[in-house]
Design a protein around this ligand. Structure first.
Ligand SMILES: NC(=O)c1ccc[n+]([C@@H]2O[C@H](COP(=O)([O-])OP(=O)(O)OC[C@H]3O[C@@H](n4cnc5c(N)ncnc54)[C@H](OP(=O)(O)O)[C@@H]3O)[C@@H](O)[C@H]2O)c1
Length: 160
């Protein structure tokens, strides 16, 4: 839970925000007054996200056309923080039963996806005065408002 009082608002993009950690990010950022651009593969069925009344855009991070449409939807709006949350998390079968198709999809979503989204959002982050920054977890963006080395917002997100 975020407990610190805010002195200014920022614009966050949260990918994969219809459930899980992404939804929690969107909910908490919205609750504390930040602007949230939340993405989901299927916005129409993202009921919990819709209930937050944040801006929702469609995005499949493994689909180039979907990413291009999403980037156009930003229309140059400055982004302070990109949270590359979308990913495939479940453990797969053992190596001997691993399908190369699944392996490929995992790479496209978990490895190529964050870099592609970061590239797409980079011009709008630069417009906010920031620059792309890769962290050990995933590609991410930060602006001067988020000046920690790990790319997380300065002193704002803290465990309960
Ligand atoms: N939970 C953990 O303990 C843990 C640990 C380490 C890392 N992580 C990582 O943290 C992130 C969030 O974890 P979580 O537990 O909240 O995962 P989750 O509940 O499985 O949610 C994953 C989110 O990513 C979205 N997603 C999947 N493939 C996508 C694609 N091709 N394009 C766009 N969105 C896509 C899902 O959308 P759909 O609903 O449409 O599938 C969903 O919104 C994931 O990247 C996960 O790998 C989690």
């Amino acid at each position: 839970m975020v407990t610190e009082a805010k002195s200014q608002t920022s614009t966050y993009v949260v990918t994969g925000a219809n459930r899980g950690i992404g939804l929690a990010f969107a909910r908490e950022l919205s609750r504390r007054g930040d602007r949230v651009i939340a993405t989901a593969r299927h916005p129409a069925t993202a009921r919990e996200l819709i209930a937050l009344q944040v801006r929702i855009e469609a995005l499949d991070v493994a689909d180039e056309e979907s990413l291009a449409v999403f980037v156009r939807s930003l229309a140059g709006r400055p982004i302070d923080v990109l949270i590359n949350n979308a990913g495939i998390g479940q453990a797969g079968p053992g190596l001997e039963r691993l399908s190369l198709e699944d392996l490929n999809l995992n790479f496209r979503v978990n490895a190529v996806g964050p870099v592609a989204v970061t590239q797409g959002c980079s011009p709008t982050c630069e417009r906010a005065g920031g620059a792309p920054s890769s962290t050990s977890r995933a590609a991410s963006l930060r602006s001067p408002a988020t000046n920690r080395e790990d790319g997380m917002p300065t002193g704002r997100l803290r465990p309960r």
